[in-house]
Each structure stands twice: as C-alpha cells, then as structure tokens.
Write a protein that binds this ligand. Structure first.
Ligand code: PPS
Length: 349
C-alpha cells in the first residue's frame, strides 16, 4: 500500500515538473532531488514516530526490524492500548514524584521500586514542572507519557532537575497538593565528584576540552570552594530543600539515604514502600549483588535480571585528599542546617 502510494505520488510530481517546461536535463535533476527530499522527510518522520511509540513503553516485545511497516506498528500499538483499557488500565498522572537529587541514585531507586507489583514508573525524565515549554503543553501532554496503571497502582515519575528548579515546587503543589515526593541525598562531596565524572566522560566522548576538578571546585582568586560551579551549588541541599518545605509538609517528602541505597537497597526500598502506604512486596529475591558491575541489580519475580547501564556507577577520578577535606568542611554547616530542618541525620564526614 505504501509502495502504491509512493509510486502514485512520484508520478503526479513528475507531471507537475514536466508541465513547468524545464529542459529535459533539468527535469531529471528536479525529479531526483525531490525524491531525495521526500525519502529523507519520510525517514525522519518514521524515526520520530518510533521514538514516541517507544517512549510509551508499549512496544517492548515488538519486532522493529526491517520490513515492519509503520502502519502495522500503529495498528499493533492501538490494539495493545485497547487491550490494556479493556483490562481497566489507564494512563494516570503521577501520585508520587522523585524530585532529585541528580547523581544521588535516582535511577536505581526508580528501577528498584519498579519491582513492586503496584508501582508503575514513567521511564523518561519528563522535565514537565521545571521546563516552561513542556509545562505549557499541559497535564494531558504529561499524562500521555505515563505508563498504563490500575486505579490501585501508584505512578511514579522522576526528574532530578526538579530539586534545583525555581518553579517546580510551586507547580507540583498546584498540580497536586497531596502529592508524595521523594528526594535522595548522598554525601555532597561525593555527589560533586560524581557530577564532574559524568560531564568529564561526556566531554571526553565528544573530544571536547576538559577542566581539572580542582580548577572547577576551588576558586583561583580566593582559594575557597567555588560556589560559582553549578555542581557545588547542587550539593548545598539545605538551600534547595528550604524551597520544597515552603510548599509541602515535611511528611509529604520522604528522604532516601543514597549512600545506603548503594550498599543496602532493600532497606531503603522498604522505607519507601511504607511511605507510599504499600505492602513490603520487594523482597531479598528481587535484589542481588552483581560482582562484575559492583552494584546491586534487580531480579523480577519471573527471574529476569537487570542491572543499570554502564553510565551509572562510573569509576571516579582520584581527588587530592586536601581538596576533599576542604569540600567536606565547606558543606558541614549546610549539612547541619539540613539535618535540623528535615529531622534526619547522615554520616557525611
Ligand atoms: N544499584 C545501583 N547501580 C548503579 N548505580 C547505582 C546503584 N545504586 C546507586 N547508584 C548510584 O547512582 C548514581 C547515579 O545517580 P542518578 O541515577 O541519580 O544519576 S542521574 O542524575 O540520573 O544521572 C551512580 O553514581 P556514580 O557511581 O557516581 O556513577 C551510582 O553510584
């Protein structure tokens, strides 16, 4: 059908060009270049559609290999949605949001929670409440990216950027004043090193110039920790948390210990299950230590094993202990204020 349509369109287009009265040689060129443009546009369009379909996570088991027509793909998608709806599932807006913090284990937390039969996760970081352009698209746009769920399920979205955003807290409150929020903290100095490592690796892959950690973290002028470096500011958790507690009650925000999530994920997951009012259904059998990765990984009830990708758990560069000490000293007073504010302490020295 697509072939018939394409050949019909090409014939029509040829007729139009011939009618323009160009010399023969030029006609051939116009036809060839129009065809090239047509196929490029089709290719880009197909890829975009595939991206959108994949993002809704409904095509997990579909064969996207060559020859799988776009029309068939859309039909299968519609059939799948119909089937889910007939089973009582709908795409629902999230009742729980993981608001951050970047590089503290937000992906690991989300994927461990996904092991719970009543938790449905949005796979993509939506950047809905922090990004004006996305926010203006409205809740219906946001909902389209949510997973299908039963009424008794809890949908969770995570966008670590919300934590430091100027607008997200107020917008989430307006969206759902009884929303449940989760924030993960990790030793602030380690978080900066992790953040630097990510940017460093990305730049390395793109052959871009790389700044030394100490040049970014320590101000050349004052010799003190450089608060002009964004990664340093993100780890000043107290400042950001003040904003969230302005818009939400303390008991609406669950704080996860990101360092403990690495060593003892089950302990942290159980606390989150309780916070969400769910039964503790993620068990020892769902979590196993993978020696090769050096991290705990996930095992579903049907014994499918899954670890996070290589971009999580990168090897950190060795940092001069004097710089680490300087950073720890810098963060100590902010940490102290944070502990008082949230009524929870972490061993970060
Ligand atoms: N189970 C498991 N597997 C792999 N990685 C784990 C796990 N638990 C926690 N972590 C830590 O998660 C850190 C990445 O944090 P985020 O997922 O929040 O990063 S991001 O902001 O979404 O990029 C990542 O930080 P780095 O080690 O610095 O890469 C990990 O230490």
């Amino acid at each position: 059908m697509l072939m018939e349509f394409t050949s019909f369109t090409v014939q029509q287009w040829q007729r139009v060009i011939f009618k323009m009265g160009f010399p023969r040689k030029r006609q051939a060129w116009v036809v060839i270049s129009s065809l090239a443009v047509f196929f490029c546009v089709t290719l880009v369009f197909n890829n975009q559609v595939r991206k959108v379909l994949n993002s809704s996570m409904l095509l997990d088991n579909m064969d996207l290999s060559e020859g799988y027509g776009l029309r068939k793909l859309l039909e299968d998608q519609e059939a799948k949605i119909e089937r889910l709806r007939s089973e009582g599932m709908e795409q629902r807006l999230p009742q729980c949001i993981i608001i951050g913090v970047r590089k503290c284990g937000t992906r690991a937390l989300l994927e461990f929670l996904d092991l719970h039969p009543q938790i449905r996760i949005a796979d993509m970081e939506m950047h809905f409440f922090n990004n004006d352009e996305n926010y203006e698209k409205g809740y219906d746009w946001y909902r389209k990216y949510m997973p299908f769920s039963f009424p008794s399920d809890i949908t969770i979205e995570k966008t670590p950027r919300y934590f430091i955003s100027e607008s997200a807290a107020e917008r989430i409150r307006k969206f759902n004043s009884s929303a449940k929020l989760i924030v993960i903290f990790r030793n602030p100095t380690t978080r900066v090193i992790s953040d630097y490592t990510q940017v460093y690796q990305n730049k390395l892959e793109r052959n871009k110039s790389i700044d030394r950690f100490e040049d970014l973290v320590i101000s050349e002028r004052t010799g003190r920790v450089n608060t002009g470096y964004k990664a340093v500011r993100i780890s000043m958790y107290y400042y950001h948390m003040t904003k969230w507690l302005h818009f939400f009650e303390r008991d609406q925000i669950h704080v996860v210990n990101g360092d403990n999530l690495i060593d003892n994920p089950l302990e942290e997951i159980r606390k989150v299950e309780t916070f969400l009012g769910l039964q503790n259904l993620v068990t020892e059998s769902n979590v196993y230590f993978n020696e090769t990765r050096g991290f705990f990984c996930m095992q579903s009830d049907d014994k499918q094993q899954h670890c996070l990708g290589a971009k999580k758990g990168r090897k950190h560069p060795a940092i001069d202990p004097i710089i680490v000490k300087k950073m720890n000293n810098f963060y100590r007073p902010y940490n102290k204020k944070l502990f008082q504010m949230i009524g929870q302490k972490f061993d970060w020295d």
